[in-house]
Design a protein around this ligand. Structure first.
Ligand SMILES: O=C(O)/C=C/C(=O)CC(=O)CC(=O)O
Length: 336
């Protein structure tokens, strides 16, 4: 089933959305919010699934679904922890700022705790105080968990993935080096992240979901121009169950925890860092990677970071070409 939170108060209003994303029906009589549904998932998910089936059959009142009416599926979440599962991305962004990548990054996932009190809906602007802060997007896949007991291993974590969605982990590249040098991790360099209009249960993904990875291309566009379409199932060194087990190693995770994949990034067949779309490659899911590859290939970066008025679109299509989650489409703006 496909679930969305329409803009309403702080936590949105839960709706069930049709598979083709054209219609929706209210689910508030089952659970007022997505968090409430996740808190009592075993009891409520079957009722939501029944409602989804009735929506497909046209046997419940429905209304037109508009992606721009959506908040993030979880407009505020108890936890948003973003992994870095595509080590190709980590290697490139570190190279871009002249930092070594320890060999342990291939065996031990990187993860940071993002702010989750104000997650952005799919059409909400990226507001940045300064164009010179290196405004970048990061296209990612994310999962939402049920309650995960402390110490759960990957096999247990696999069964606790409730929903899958897309994320834009907005990053301010110029702030990263100074902030990470302090040794406490990202804070100002990671403003609010945005999420796709719809979150889906894993069964909705068919064979593209193997229980641990999503094997489909994640497409990004900047100002309407294709920027990248790497496959989210390839080069994901740490799968979602492994990332969840990592997060739960020393603490339990509450239902509604969001775990991000990190920026989706593919290597070339020869192990190289891929090529930009303009050079016939799959491109990238963030500007920093493309700038690093331009530097490697041509001696300098020429793709600018985002400026006020630019737009970023992130979307994933199924094998038949249909949008699965709806699109994240954000304009970059100065504060009002
Ligand atoms: O090391 C840096 O300069 C920046 C790293 C990231 O932004 C990585 C991140 O947020 C996780 C990821 O996308 O893999």
């Amino acid at each position: 089933m496909k679930l969305a939170s329409l803009k309403h108060g702080r936590d949105g209003r839960l709706v069930v959305v049709s598979k083709d994303l054209t219609r929706a029906t209210d689910a508030f009589f089952i659970a007022p919010t997505l968090q409430a549904a996740l808190d009592d998932w075993e009891r409520l998910a079957p009722r939501l699934a029944d409602l989804a089936e009735q929506l497909e059959h046209g046997s419940v009142p429905a209304f037109r679904f508009h992606e721009h009416d959506c908040a993030a599926p979880l407009p505020r979440a108890f936890q948003w922890a973003d992994g870095s599962a595509y080590v190709n991305h980590v290697a490139l962004v570190r190279q871009a700022r002249g930092a070594e990548m320890p060999a342990s990054f291939w065996e031990d996932p990187l993860m940071y705790q993002g702010g989750s009190d104000a997650l952005l809906g799919p059409r909400e602007a990226i507001v940045a105080a300064d164009e010179a802060s290196g405004i970048d997007f990061e296209a990612e896949v994310a999962v939402v968990t049920g309650d995960v007991p402390m110490g759960s291993d990957a096999a247990a974590a696999r069964g606790l993935i409730r929903l899958v969605m897309l994320a834009n982990d907005v990053s301010l590249r110029a702030l990263v080096p100074g902030e990470l040098a302090k040794g406490f991790g990202f804070f100002q360099s990671k403003p609010s992240s945005a999420f796709s209009p719809v979150a889906v249960t894993p069964d909705e993904l068919g064979p593209a979901w193997d229980g641990a990875r999503l094997h489909l291309a994640l497409s990004s566009y900047v100002n309407g121009k294709a920027f990248g379409s790497p496959d989210a199932g390839e080069d994901m060194t740490f799968d979602f169950p492994t990332l969840i087990a990592h997060a739960a190693k020393t603490r339990r995770l509450g239902a509604g925890t969001i775990i991000g994949s990190g920026t989706v990034s593919n290597r070339d067949a020869d192990g190289g860092p891929g090529r930009p779309v303009a050079d016939g490659g799959r491109g990238y899911s963030c500007i920093a990677e493309q700038r690093m590859v331009e530097t490697i290939l041509r001696g300098e970066a020429h793709t600018p970071f985002l400026r006020f008025g630019d737009t970023v679109r992130i979307e994933m299509r199924d094998a038949a070409g249909h949008s699965i989650f709806g699109a994240i489409e954000q304009e970059v703006r100065a504060p009002d």
